[in-house]
Design a protein around this ligand. Structure first.
Ligand code: UDP
Ligand code: MG
Length: 330
């Protein structure tokens, strides 16, 4: 039985794959434990798939490659990897070497101590300043409006016990956020501080738009507070406008017809329309996700799996629907 599975989503990462192979396999070989690396090619259009094939041929005993038909997003790619792992402990790692593979033993040490979820806190995060700030803000919001307590939600470098990964695969949700969902299933979670480096090569795969959507995924998946805030605001505004209408009506009786203050009224009206559009948008985010969930479209399609045939391979059972349209990460 494999002890450790390392799942790595790969999307157009040809520039970093070789250094990743060099460092990762060195660390894992040094552990003196049975391991497997599960690469998930997320529909790359560069030479990543052929580099992964070459690596599979080089180390077929400890390598598995899941090739997806099209880009599904980082979280869906990781879920595809989770459906093909054998290990007791499952480590997720980015391909770009921002999370140094040399830190893997630190996560495993905690797992050995009996924790079933080991999160990571990036020591001196090496990303663009605005990303760091936005991510801190989102961490704060998530902390306030969900019951998920993780210090650094954006970092995917984590270790999970097999039971958690099985729960994730069996109850797969569309458009989810893996570190947060796994936290819900964890009985004994902990965190460690890890080093964080700048991307070894290539570019971030996250545009501002993708990041905003990812954060909507995070909030809508784990909290109804935005909807409750809308209804509370609605109640407050209705109460105030009732008073305002009564006041205007009384003035009409006492003072007679007036036309002044039209622009003030417009300002108030525009503000209300803004609020209304915002509320419709938030509502739409939830409704869209419900629609995505009930459509049950697969969130990823596997084109090919490269693996050594293993008769007695024990696999986390794949769910009937491999749903999710998940995008990814703050
Ligand atoms: N990734 C992926 N599919 C995507 C976007 C990203 O598999 O649609 C992978 C990417 O190859 C990398 C990891 O997810 O291994 C994290 O992506 P990236 O480093 O671009 O994110 P950032 O560090 O900028 O948040
Ligand atoms: Mg990165």
């Amino acid at each position: 039985m494999t002890q450790i599975s390392v799942v790595i989503p790969v999307y157009n990462e040809e520039a970093v794959l070789q250094p990743l192979f060099d460092r990762l396999y060195r660390v894992l070989d040094g552990l003196q434990r049975s391991y497997e690396v599960v690469f998930v090619d997320d529909g790359s259009r560069d030479s990543s798939p052929s580099l992964l094939r070459a690596q599979f041929l080089l180390r077929p005993d400890v390598t598995r490659v899941v090739l997806l038909r099209a880009n599904a997003g980082q979280h869906s790619a990781i879920m595809a990897g989770f459906s093909h792992v054998d290990g007791d402990y499952i480590v997720t790692l980015d391909a770009d070497l921002q999370n140094p593979p040399e830190e893997i033993p630190k996560l495993l040490e905690k797992m050995d101590q009996g924790f079933d979820y080991v999160g990571s806190i990036r020591h001196e995060r090496q990303d663009k300043r605005w990303r760091d700030l936005a991510s801190r803000a989102m961490n704060l919001v998530r902390e306030k409006i969900t019951r998920i307590r993780i210090t650094d939600q954006g970092c995917m470098f984590r270790a999970y016990h097999r039971s958690i990964v099985r729960a994730l695969v069996e109850h797969s949700e569309s458009q989810t956020f893996i570190p947060a969902l796994a936290f819900i299933y964890a009985a004994n979670p902990t965190e460690v501080v890890i080093e964080h480096h700048a991307r070894a090569a290539g570019e971030s795969k996250y545009s501002l738009f993708k990041l905003i959507h990812l954060n909507f995924d995070l909030i809508t998946s784990f909290s109804l507070v935005p909807l409750q805030m809308i209804s509370m605001t609605g109640i407050a505004i209705s109460a105030l406008s009732t008073l305002f209408v009564i006041y205007l009506f009384l003035r009409r009786l006492v003072v007679g017809p007036e036309a002044e203050g039209v622009f003030t009224l417009f300002a108030i009206l525009f503000f209300m329309i803004g609020l209304l559009l915002f509320a419709v948008g938030i509502l739409g985010e939830y409704v869209g996700r419900i629609y995505g969930e009930i459509r049950k479209r697969p969130s990823y399609l596997v084109a090919e799996i490269l693996e050594k045939p293993r008769a007695e391979r024990k696999q986390v059972k794949k769910p009937q629907r491999e749903v999710h349209l998940a995008r990814t990460k703050p």
